[in-house]
Design a protein around this ligand. Structure first.
Ligand SMILES: [Zn+2]
Length: 943
């Protein structure tokens, strides 16, 4: 509360000398925020938190009531709305559901400017005037409630910041365009004690001043950075020029107020080695959203109601009883894939937000081209380019200004040609090197100086936005599923042949020094590099990573000592060919020989091969490997829109210890997933599964194809597809798929399926392509070889052979040239999606789907039953045997030392897993016969 008053006098405060400011500020800053900002702060803080945890129904209820509240106020007190409501025959009493908001006319900035007098009332609350920023047009005046508005704003911002662990008054560097004129102390920063900020002067983020800033930063030990993307990039570039070292560990970077490009986020993350949260908001305070790293923007619709009307963000104020805005046309655009509240145009998430219509160029035939699609983001992350700016004052002609320290390294003609190609030849470009690019009065870098008033052509662009079409007339690049074109890596490469590629740095990364959280982030981040890297860059990377692992293995692992000389004398890919193909049985028989000498110094844990081969292998994996594995999963799932935190329904063989009768699922809040038991899917129980699925409203399904297929078959047979929530994709792993299964699952859930290939030995991991049905093998996961039956290497498209893998990441038990037992057909590396990774298709082999039949006909896949862990330590081979429905015998061959207690333990473990769905007994047998081809059949079923 008191802060709202003091805020008015802040100009005086900043004129005090620093010691007085520090005293006043820190005293004041130490007051609780609820005192400074009034009860509104606390109320909105808990509301923002609660809102994110609510289900759709609760959220929609809340949004409905807040909208109604705003409408009632407008109808009663605001003359302008009284008139507009009457004109369009809208009455608040007829507002029955959220979609009724579509019947209220929109309001534009021009209408607000013309009718300001009729748009506010101080009857309920006192208001304070603000002006929109806006570097191009005349600022717009508006009013916000004096007493509550800043408290609410602070609460939402702090709530968003808390996603990276921020707490009020945590030490934070501010890079938000305040220019500090140095006094005799020559300081180009200011300590701001109220919020405990260190503010760096935006006009001094250059190599001349960065050293002194860095010194101050080391003293200050910040936890966070908060700034305009362009200012953070300026800082980063300056710091790189002086090769700064020993920067304090930063816990998170917050970006806001300008358009941000994914490439910038990637570079900022890479530099500070931390997560980045981008905040979207505006001074009218009707909408707020944030995104985590390069995920989607999440709108907080408890702050204001946000709709997508033909691509444009149209919003309605909540909690503003001075000058509420209803269906306000923001001139910001929600691009790419949008997720909506059911049956409405209210946005939950949007892949991209692009602000300000002025950031478009216009062609001579009056089409609009977004400068984002012109590769502005790519330019600005490349080394040696400090800033760029587009300028246009005549349709069909534009200028690109480049600020660079090395003008001779740039091929301006090549850049021009590329720009003209991107603009579909509708714009003639002039490319110029300049000494300096102006910032706006707010310290923001203006990316586009658009002097033509584009509002007249706005409607044409809105049409192209509809249906997720890209704003540029060009065909969307297949690389980016969001529909916003991305400059291909090869064209960037052509452009900047003369320049050092930012990729080079990453290539030299040694993948060993990983620890859990950091390992996850690093792995995740490499997505940007590898999705766009050329074949040569990928092979360069792999060669260096393979060199590391071979050097390690030959120095450390007894079984590989004798290849040491070869590894030292030959290039890694050559040396690899000298190693023998490794059989699972060889490792099994001589395990200690395959462990490194430093085994005990490498943090690790034990798993066993899953899989259906019937003889398990004990495997040791590094502690960090689970986090890394997770990052790879997230990398590939992002191809179908998944981001960490998406709601998921899971069908896998996890354990379900304490389910009440009639319940076959449990909720895991850490992963936001509902886990369904794959062990109870009988005709009788499936209706309950479907009801739970509908209630939970997952965005993704994840699990064994066999298990999800059972549900799919049931859904199609009973025609339930229309009742299901919208599913973005079904993620199918851990088993191969049987003919027809994927299409049946896709039909049942009316969505696409995404599958991948991998195994516990962690030598190969390949995920489905979003554009076709090939698998892409992750270049930074392992080295893939394929070997035909006659022992020749399969190197050409169409060659069929066995998949052989060398893991690049696991140090506690490196597998070199490990035979997977699976066969596939090799495809050429170039894919229409733009990746240049190893590719294959038609996998066949170890993946089988045998089903055991539980009580009342429930089908249980073997993959779901499979046990991991030490239970099978002294079991040498096993087989499921079934001759009666609902009963199963597990036949095991055992090693000496296996006792009755061990047998009972295995029985107990299965009982915990399958509960009353299957009676399973464990029987020790003398022999388990193999098939004619010498393979073990995992299930011997007489049914
Ligand atoms: Zn592809």
């Amino acid at each position: 509360m008191i802060d709202n008053i003091l805020h008015l006098y802040r100009r005086f405060y900043y004129r005090f000398p620093q010691p007085i400011m520090t005293f006043l500020g820190s005293t004041y800053g130490s007051f609780p925020l609820s005192f400074r900002f009034g009860a509104a702060y606390q109320r909105h803080l808990s509301l923002a938190r609660d809102f994110e945890g609510w289900n759709s129904q609760q959220q929609e209820d809340y949004m409905f009531h807040k909208t109604l509240e705003t409408l009632l106020f407008a109808e009663r007190y605001i003359p302008y709305y009284q008139r507009r409501f009457a004109e369009s025959e809208f009455k608040t009493s007829s507002f029955k559901s959220l979609s009724d908001i579509q019947r209220v006319p929109n309001i534009t900035k021009e209408e607000i400017k013309q009718n300001l007098r009729l748009l506010y009332s101080f009857r309920k609350e006192f208001g304070i005037s603000y002006f929109t920023g806006g570097s191009t047009s005349v600022p717009m005046k508006f009013f916000l409630p004096l007493r509550t508005s800043r408290g609410k704003e602070k609460a939402y911002i702090n709530h968003i910041l808390s996603h990276l662990g921020y707490e009020p008054r945590d030490r934070t560097i501010i890079l938000k365009g305040r220019n500090i004129v140095p006094d005799e102390s020559k300081r180009v920063w200011q300590y701001e004690p109220v919020d405990n900020h260190l503010v760096l002067s935006s006009n001094h983020l250059n190599p001349d001043h960065i050293q002194s800033m860095l010194k101050e930063i080391k003293k200050y030990q910040p936890k966070f950075i908060y700034g305009f993307p362009s200012a953070v990039m300026d800082f980063l570039r300056a710091a790189q020029t002086v090769r700064c070292e020993g920067l304090p560990e930063i816990q998170g970077v917050f970006l806001g107020s300008e358009n941000v490009f994914d490439e910038q986020i990637a570079q900022i993350r890479d530099f500070f080695d931390c997560d980045v949260v981008t905040i979207f908001g505006h001074s009218e305070r009707t909408a707020i959203a944030y995104k985590h790293n390069i995920g989607e923007y999440h709108f907080l619709n408890s702050y204001g109601l946000v709709r997508n009307v033909n691509g444009q963000i149209v919003s309605t104020s909540f909690d503003n009883f001075v000058m509420p805005l209803i269906n306000y046309e923001q001139r910001d655009y929600a691009l790419g894939t949008n997720e909506f509240y059911d049956g409405t145009d209210i946005i939950r998430t949007s892949k991209n937000i692009e602000g300000r219509i002025q950031e478009f160029l216009i062609t001579k035939d009056r089409r609009l081209v977004s400068i984002t699609t012109m590769g502005a983001g790519h330019f600005s992350t490349l080394q040696n380019i400090e800033a760029i700016q587009y300028s246009q004052d005549e349709p069909g002609i534009a200028e690109l200004r480049i600020m660079t320290s090395n003008p001779h390294d740039l091929d301006l003609n090549a850049i021009r040609d590329e720009l003209e190609r991107q603009a579909g030849s509708g714009i003639a470009f002039e490319v110029k090197v300049v000494d300096w690019i102006e910032k706006s009065s707010m310290g923001k870098r203006v990316l586009c100086l658009q002097k033509i008033d584009l509002s007249s052509v706005e409607t044409s662009i809105l049409k192209t936005f509809d249906g997720h079409q890209p704003p540029a007339p060009e065909k969307p690049s297949p690389k980016d599923p969001s529909g916003v074109g991305v400059m291909s890596f090869s064209s960037k490469r052509r452009l900047y042949e003369s320049m050092p590629l930012f990729l080079k740095k990453s290539v030299s990364l040694v993948p060993f020094a990983f620890v859990a959280g950091r390992a996850y982030r690093k792995t995740l981040r490499r997505k940007h590099i590898f999705d766009h890297a050329s074949r040569t860059e990928i092979l360069d990377y792999q060669e260096s990573a393979l060199g590391e692992i071979l050097a390690f293995a030959t120095a450390q692992v007894p079984a590989y000592h004798r290849y040491r000389a070869i590894v030292e004398r030959h290039r890694p890919f050559e040396a690899l060919k000298a190693f023998p193909i490794l059989e699972k049985e060889t490792v099994q028989q001589d395990l200690p020989n395959y462990l490194p000498a430093t085994f005990n110094e490498i943090p690790h844990y034990q798993i066993s091969t899953g899989g259906t081969s019937g003889n398990q292998l004990k495997i040791f994996v590094d502690d960090a490997s689970q986090a890394i594995e997770m990052a790879f999963m997230h990398r590939q799932w992002s191809r179908v829109g998944y981001f960490p935190g998406s709601r998921k329904a899971v069908f896998r063989g996890v354990s379900f210890p304490n389910l009440p009768k009639g319940v076959y699922w449990q909720y895991n809040p850490i992963y936001r997933e509902i886990q369904f038991s794959p062990f109870a899917m009988s005709e009788e129980n499936l209706p309950a599964y479907i009801r739970a699925l509908i209630r939970y409203r997952p965005a993704f399904l994840h699990g064994y194809p066999s298990a999800i297929d059972i549900v799919s078959e049931y859904i199609l047979r009973n025609d339930l597809t229309k009742d299901l929530p919208p599913i973005k994709a079904v993620l199918l792993g851990s088993e191969g798929m049987v003919e027809g299964q994927a299409s049946r699952i896709a039909r049942a859930f009316n969505t696409r399926v995404f599958s991948w290939y991998g195994h516990s030995e962690r030598v190969i991991l390949a995920g489905g392509c979003e554009a076709n049905n090939s698998y892409h093998h992750f270049p930074d996961y392992g080295i893939l070889e394929m070997i035909a039956e006659n022992n020749t290497a399969c190197e050409h498209e169409g060659d069929r052979g066995e998949l052989i893998g060398t893991g690049l990441l696991n140090r506690s038990m490196p597998f070199i040239r490990y035979r997977t037992g699976d066969f596939a057909t090799r495809l050429g590396p170039e894919c229409e999606c733009g990746r240049c990774w190893d590719r294959f298709t038609n996998v066949e082999g170890r993946w089988k789907q045998d089903m055991i039949i539980g009580h009342r006909g429930a089908k249980i896949s073997i993959a779901a039953l499979n046990m991991h862990g030490p239970l099978f330590e002294r079991v040498t081979r096993y087989q499921y045997y079934q001759d009666r429905i609902g009963e199963c015998e597990l036949h095991i061959m055992v090693a000496p030392g296996f006792g009755e207690e061990d047998r009972l333990q295995i029985e107990r473990a299965y009982r915990d897993k399958v509960r009353d769905q299957l009676r399973l007994s464990v029987k020790i047998v003398g022999d388990i016969p193999l098939t004619d081809r010498g393979k073990l059949k995992l299930l011997d079923s007489k049914l």
